[in-house]
Design a protein around this ligand. Structure first.
Ligand SMILES: [Zn+2]
Length: 329
């Protein structure tokens, strides 16, 4: 008997990635195409179907071999209804019935999920959380994304706004403004963008002497990587920014530990390149801030799947739906 195969599609603002995944979460082939959201939603949906077909071709299988499809997109969305509502990253798409349309085209079970939730489910199924019972994922990039997995449950929330971990409040005294327009969110402190912003502000202060100033001038602006590299090279200003970032992320992790007491907290995204020393700093602050038992036992690690987590997790959602349908007969 052959094992079932699944296609996962992860739609992002600039590109979408699709891949075929086997029943153990192993990718058999994947492709990436430009999203071109500006060309409108009819084009977008056709592009999604094309990405799904191309993924099958890349994996050397036909669509007839695929048991189910999972599609992950950025919010805002109505997950149970299979609808994209009004996503800032996919303008001008509005009220697009993605799930039903793709289901109508391929006629196999089709699941729909938020992209950050899907990435968390991917890491849980086939990556860092493979042997975990429950897991919280923080994705660190331009913003801070989040996902919560408990057993086989992807925590979507009642209004498809669950696990917006980047927007938990961590500072309400002189709070920084977040990308969401609100104040004091974790994203305004712990994202790669926030690292650059805090570094740039510090360098603008009078009398600050840092190797970052030279980098800033030479590169025409700083990146989070500059800050982490300067910290590793012993620059005290950069080191303070990295240390503060680890502290803010530890606050986020501890808030989640005191809410759901997960088996594992995982950090994903570009800042993972900062390496083991950054993770050690986060772990140190978690130990100081959390209740003793979770402080001791909760595993805090980096993600393992990189940018494949989204499509692998979307495929996992398709697989879950397939299995539920099969059980019901
Ligand atoms: Zn926010």
């Amino acid at each position: 008997m052959t094992t079932p195969l699944f296609v996962g599609l992860d739609v992002g603002g600039t590109s979408m990635k699709a891949g075929v995944v086997d029943d153990s979460g192993k990718p058999l082939g994947s492709i990436s195409v430009a999203t071109e959201a500006h060309r409108g939603q009819a084009f977008g949906i056709e592009r999604m179907c094309e990405a799904i077909r191309k993924a099958a071709t890349a994996a050397g299988v036909s669509m007839g071999d695929i048991a189910a499809i999972g599609v992950a997109t950025p919010g805002t969305m109505d997950i149970p209804a299979g609808l994209i509502l009004d996503p800032p990253n996919l303008k001008p798409w509005r009220n697009v019935p993605v799930r039903d349309h793709i289901h109508n085209v391929f006629q196999i079970p089709t699941a729909f999920q938020n992209d950050a939730n899907a990435a968390a489910f991917g890491e849980f199924w086939a990556g860092a959380g493979k042997d975990a019972h429950s897991m919280v994922l923080f994705t660190l990039g331009t913003g801070v994304g989040g996902g919560i997995i408990i057993g086989d449950l992807v925590l979507e929330g009642e209004h498809s706004h669950g696990a917006e971990l980047g927007h938990m409040k961590i500072e309400m005294t002189n709070p920084r403004q977040c990308g969401c327009g609100r104040w004091g969110c974790l994203e305004a402190y712990g994202s790669a963008t926030a690292v650059v912003k805090r570094a740039t502000e510090t360098l603008a202060q009078e009398g600050v002497n840092s190797t970052l100033t030279t980098l800033q001038i030479a590169a025409g602006g700083l990146t989070a990587r500059h800050v982490f590299e300067a910290a590793s090279a012993g620059d005290p200003i950069a080191d303070k920014i990295v240390e503060d970032t680890a502290y803010y992320l530890a606050i986020g992790a501890v808030n989640m530990m005191h809410t759901i007491d997960p088996d594992m907290v995982v950090f994903a995204g570009g800042m993972v390149a900062a390496g083991e020393s950054f993770l050690q700093r986060i772990r140190k602050h978690v130990k100081e801030l959390a209740f003793p038992v979770p402080a001791e036992r909760t595993r805090i690690n980096y993600a393992q799947l990189g940018s494949d987590a989204g499509f692998i997790g979307a495929a996992a959602c398709g697989r879950k739906l397939f299995r539920e349908k099969k059980q019901k007969g």
